[in-house]
Ligand binder design. Structure first.
Ligand SMILES: Cc1cc2nc3c(=O)[nH]c(=O)nc-3n(C[C@H](O)[C@H](O)[C@H](O)COP(=O)(O)OP(=O)(O)OC[C@H]3O[C@@H](n4cnc5c(N)ncnc54)[C@H](O)[C@@H]3O)c2cc1C
Length: 295
């Protein structure tokens, strides 16, 4: 007795095994895997191992699937699996991570900051390493009632900040609806505003000065500078001087075009705030460029 050969083997590759073949006959498909590939790519693995081995990073390093999955969602409809999650414990930890990411060997490693994850457009999601500043960097570091200034770490939550300021008779006005979760870092990233913003303005209007860490680990301080001070800064030979000069030289000659192209808006959410970063008279405040840049 002869046994006829099956139409297709059940172990053939599903990708090359459509439901029907060219002659429109049914074919048998391979069972799809229940869980996605959980392994880490070698570049991320190398980065995390170096970060751990050099012993300068005091924060948490997570490459496990559950932690990555938790950080794969936010308040948007999207889901994007990160390659790993880092939770810095000190501000120096951020410098350490960024210095490592700036090395030639790791130039393809990408870092995405994350706060409370309340963004509605997936801003804190990425298929990169997530740098979560909400877990540990949530301290209020100083307060100057006379000047109306409070010094905070990026993971401070808006409700936490306003509860702290209340006994002193002050409040931080950009009133986002997600105040119980939204962090100052995320509010700056989104240049958040809310109820009362037509009177009080948006988050960028309350940044007196701010430190951002560049990809090579350098601190980049931004604040309002007069044209003279900005000119002095641009003459510096270091990375900070180069950046100020680059931004100035890109924006200053195009001021009229920028003003006529972008309409007056209470809250611009698309692209960089070029208009307020460099004024007609050459004053500069690059905090406006970073606020709303969304990571
Ligand atoms: C129901 C609902 C209501 C909302 N209402 C408002 C509202 O009234 N007004 C409003 O403006 N928004 C609103 N939002 C959007 C969102 O809550 C705010 O933009 C909030 O400020 C985001 O803060 P977060 O800490 O959750 O940031 P995330 O969502 O974690 O991140 C937002 C952006 O900031 C960046 N970021 C986070 N932390 C840092 C950091 N330390 N350094 C650099 N970049 C960082 C991220 O990469 C991302 O691009 C609402 C969202 C929801 C779901």
């Amino acid at each position: 007795m002869s046994v006829p050969a099956p139409a297709a083997s059940p172990v053939t590759n599903a990708a090359t095994n459509p439901v029907t073949n060219a002659s429109n006959k049914s074919v048998i498909k391979k069972l799809p895997a229940l869980t996605p590939d959980r392994s880490l790519d070698s570049l991320t693995l190398g980065f995390l191992k170096t970060l751990e081995a050099e012993g300068k990073f005091a924060g948490e390093i997570h490459a496990d699937f559950p932690t990555r999955l938790i950080h794969a969602t936010d308040n948007s409809v999207y889901q994007v699996m990160p390659t790993a999650v880092l939770q810095p414990k000190t501000r120096d930890d951020i410098n350490v991570v960024m210095e490592l990411a700036g090395r030639e060997k790791f130039s393809e490693v990408k870092i995405t900051p994350r706060g409370g994850g309340t963004g509605t457009n997936g801003q804190s999601l990425n298929n990169t390493i997530i740098l979560d500043t909400s877990k540990h960097l949530n301290n209020i570091l100083g307060f100057d009632a006379e000047r109306g200034l409070v010094h905070v770490e990026p993971g401070v939550v808006l409700d936490q900040l306003n509860a702290w300021l209340k006994p002193h008779g002050y409040f931080f006005p950009p009133a986002v609806s997600t105040a119980s979760r939204a962090t100052v870092g995320g509010m700056i990233g989104s240049d958040s505003s809310g109820k009362g913003s037509r009177i009080y303005g948006k988050t960028s209007h309350y940044i007196h000065d701010m430190t951002t860490v560049l990809i090579d680990g350098t601190d980049f301080n931004t604040r309002a500078m007069s044209a003279t001070e900005a000119k002095d800064t641009m003459e510096r030979a270091d990375r900070v001087g180069q950046l100020y000069k680059k931004v100035h030289d890109e924006i200053a000659p195009r001021r009229d075009q920028i003003k006529s192209t972008f309409p007056e808006m209470n809250r611009g959410l698309t692209g960089y705030n070029l208009k307020e970063a460099v004024s007609d008279t050459g004053d500069m405040n690059l905090s406006f460029l970073i606020a709303g840049a969304e990571g």
